[in-house]
Design a protein around this ligand. Structure first.
Ligand code: PA5
Length: 446
């Protein structure tokens, strides 16, 4: 069994016939992507990662992970955007939901920092860690991003008050550029163990580099299974696969047609709260890749059934500018049956003896029918279960489809010029050396 896609419910806006007519164009874009002859082709290293990752590389990551696991009860992953979301997506999807509250944890609890500049968040993290055994994985491709740089500075200072120089060195691992950037310089100076983010892999496509693999390995999950899943998906989305059998070409075709029909917002839906950060990762992947040149679908996300009790009204009856992409998980990992109750005051005895997942699945099916009846086209992507292998398939599928989809839209899916604007203003407002002119300009506007 593999990941599958169902686009039968995108009608009437988009018909099967319309999807089929996209075949030539979409296959051409897949070819361009695979041949590395299109826009942004210096950032396509991620395409071949599943085949290029060798056993030695995985073993080296496992070894580092084992050292951190042996030393630390908490490992703080410091990073933002593409240097954060992939690891969190996989770890949260696989973790016990209450792992952080369990004293008998086998592996360190993973905490995150540098993904915001919240002072209270930072204070509370330092407060938690001050009398705990912890380690740090600091991840930054550029090595100069403000948010993780601030977080790393304060966490490193805390580590240095707790341990001697050698011990600090053993508790920090840096994932960064091979040569450039402040983090590379610092890591070399201090003798931290480092892993390299390849030049030709952009942040949001880096989950299968040490950016994602190291934190996932520290959490105790199988990175070789994750890579195996991605490898399988690489062959299931290759140029030799017919258009209608390739989930990536089908997804790219359907969502671009929906966009052309005025469906400007794509809402990623899950029925497993564990997938919340898979949606966050997907939002960055598609938002940063396609939102440029004044075009691109706006990627949004909801967790169902939770958000059916908040956003459900809007989705059912609001402006008809949306479509949904549901990530559905075939089978739950654990069994909980609904008990029979003598009094039956809550009138649930009609489902007594059923698994909770069966109720969840009927909520999913019922919602799908209600939303398509309400004018919300629905794409369904299904993985048989939540494990490393299928997550590897899911992540690689979305990456591949994103490259194709961006080319169909006509943009360069592998740059992100727009993310610099806020940084320039922030530096100007903070009076960063070198930004004097911008500081003067922006002050006039206040
Ligand atoms: O996708 C991207 O390029 C961004 O989200 C970056 O990953 C993010 O800004 C972090 O950058 P860096 O790894 O250089 O600190």
């Amino acid at each position: 069994k593999n990941l599958s896609i169902d686009v039968s419910q995108v009608a009437p806006e988009v018909t099967q016939d319309m999807i089929n007519k996209e075949q030539d164009n979409v296959l051409k874009q897949l070819q361009t992507l695979t041949e590395k002859s299109g826009k942004g082709n210096d950032f396509l290293g991620w395409l071949d990662l599943p085949d290029n990752i060798d056993q030695d590389h995985l073993m080296s990551i496992e070894k580092t992970a084992a050292r951190l696991r042996g030393k630390a009860d908490y490992v703080v992953v410091v990073g933002i955007g593409g240097s954060y979301l992939g690891a969190r997506a996989v770890i949260d999807a696989l973790n016990d939901s209450f792992d952080h509250l369990k004293g008998d944890r086998k592996n360190p609890a993973i905490l995150y920092a540098g993904q915001n500049i919240g002072e209270d968040y930072t204070y509370e993290l330092l407060d938690l860690l001050k009398d705990k055994s912890f380690g740090i994985i600091v991840i930054s491709k550029s090595g100069t991003t403000t948010e993780p740089a601030i977080a790393f500075r304060v966490l490193k200072e805390l580590l240095e008050t707790k341990y001697d120089k050698d011990e600090v060195k053993d508790r920090i691992v840096a994932v960064t550029d091979a040569e450039k950037g402040a983090l590379r310089t610092l890591a070399d100076q201090e003798g931290y163990e480092t892993y390299v983010i390849p030049d030709d892999v952009g942040g949001r496509f880096s989950v299968l580099t040490p950016v994602g693999l190291l934190p996932i390995a520290v959490s105790g999950y199988s990175i070789s299974e994750l890579v195996r899943g991605a490898k399988e998906m690489k062959s299931l989305t290759g140029t030799d696969v017919p258009f209608d059998k390739n989930p990536a070409t089908i997804y790219a075709a359907a969502r671009n047609l929906l966009y052309q029909k005025g469906k400007k917002i794509e809402i990623m839906v899950n029925y497993q709260p564990k997938l919340h950060y898979v949606s966050e990762w997907w939002k960055q992947l598609y938002g940063e890749s396609e939102g440029k040149e004044n075009k691109g679908i706006f990627p949004a996300a909801v967790d169902f059934t939770t958000d059916l009790h908040s956003m459900g009204q809007w989705i059912q009856d609001g402006e008809r500018s949306i479509f949904e992409t549901v990530v559905s998980v075939g089978a739950a990992r654990h069994r909980v049956l609904i008990p029979r109750d003598e009094g039956d005051l809550d009138k649930l005895n009609y489902i007594a003896g059923k698994r909770i997942d069966e109720v969840n699945k009927m909520a999913e099916l019922g919602t799908r029918i209600a939303h398509t009846d309400g004018g919300v086209p629905n794409i369904k992507i299904e993985i048989p279960e939540l494990n490393e292998f299928y997550l590897g398939q899911l992540l690689y599928f979305f990456e591949k489809a994103c490259g194709i989809s961006g080319y169909v839209l006509g943009v360069n899916p592998f740059d992100q010029p727009g993310v610099e604007a806020y940084k320039k203003n922030m530096f100007a407002l903070l009076g960063k050396p070198g930004f004097e002119e911008a500081t003067e300009e922006i002050k006039k506007r206040l």
